[in-house]
Write a protein that binds this ligand. Structure first.
Ligand SMILES: [Zn+2]
Length: 309
């Protein structure tokens, strides 16, 4: 039940939601009125479209506008409407992180796909993918486009409580568990090509890459001072350059935490292999490592993109 209207009269939000010929009022939970057009809402939201076609809104205002009571507060409704209103020059940026998450949840609830494509929403999803995913995921619904985007963006971050920190209150167990399972599956897919015994992902057509691996990574030069590592592959022995080998170990650990291609070309993973060496063979070997990491990055992204959410 609403409070006594004499004590808490609704206030109008004002421009740009104050048109005289508007045909419906959206009233926020904190009693802010937005004078808007049904046609615009219907175009942006299948939920409003059905609502307007099925029944009259719950109340009417003094000057006979229909009123739709919303559970979202005024600042959230404003950000939501500015995202779908044509020719609105005001910022669509939510003022607080809590509002930004509430806007994503409202856009999901009202099925407003365009909201997920504006810069403010994309930035929130990109920078806070775990919290955004939790706001957008429901175990009872199909995964929407925005939730998929958030899940994919989350792969660039470690899924650890320390990383979520004080934003833990914006998460929930169902969604975190779903995301955790996705991360594990992506890590398993990402680690496969980071192998010193199985390079079957490199096809015969990739001659540049084969050249890189077999003439630089798998070193055949002989120098008793060089630190080379023997790896048995089938009936043959490969002589891996240890600087490559240590890179592979760091790369495997990296995709265990962040299952994305960028993890293996990150300076923290590459740099320790770039040590001074007097041996020309080892020096040449390392010159090829960065290029190899980019091939590996592409292969990992290709594999991870196939993992079902
Ligand atoms: Zn050497």
């Amino acid at each position: 039940m609403s409070m006594c209207p004499e004590e808490h009269p609704p206030s109008a939000f004002g421009a740009p939601f104050d048109d005289d010929d508007a045909d419906v009022i959206l009233r926020s939970s904190d009693k802010v009125d937005f004078y808007v057009y049904r046609s615009i809402l219907s175009k942006a939201s299948p939920v409003f479209k059905i609502m307007f076609s099925l029944r009259q809104p719950s109340g009417t205002s003094k000057n006979q506008h229909s009123v739709v009571d919303l559970t979202e507060k005024g600042s959230v409704v404003a950000a939501l409407l500015m995202s779908i209103y044509p020719a609105v020059s005001l910022s669509t940026e939510p003022k607080t992180f809590a509002d930004a998450i509430a806007v994503l949840m409202a856009a999901q609830k009202y099925d407003m796909a365009t909201v997920f494509r504006n810069d403010a929403s994309l930035r929130i999803i990109r920078e806070n993918p775990v919290e955004a995913f939790c706001a957008l995921y429901s175990p009872h619904q199909d995964m929407g486009e925005a939730a998929c985007k958030a899940a994919k963006a989350s792969l660039e971050h470690p899924l650890e409580l320390d990383a979520i920190g004080d934003k833990l209150k914006y998460t929930n167990g169902y969604a975190l568990h779903r995301l955790w399972k996705y991360h594990r599956a992506c890590s398993e897919a990402a680690i496969v090509p980071i192998s010193t015994t199985d390079l079957s992902w490199i096809t015969p057509e990739q001659s540049d890459l084969r050249e890189l691996v077999y003439t630089r990574g798998v070193s055949t030069h002989r120098n008793s001072n060089c630190d080379l590592h023997l790896v048995a592959v089938g009936g043959k022995t490969w002589q891996w350059n240890t600087l490559w080998l240590s890179y592979m170990e760091r790369a495997r650990a990296a995709v265990g935490k962040r299952p994305c291609g960028e993890a293996v070309s990150h300076p923290d993973v590459l740099k320790p292999s770039y040590v001074f060496t007097k041996c020309r063979g080892c020096h040449n070997s390392i010159l090829g490592l960065m290029e190899f990491s980019h091939y590996l990055e592409e292969e990992i992204d290709r594999r991870v993109s196939k993992v079902q959410l």
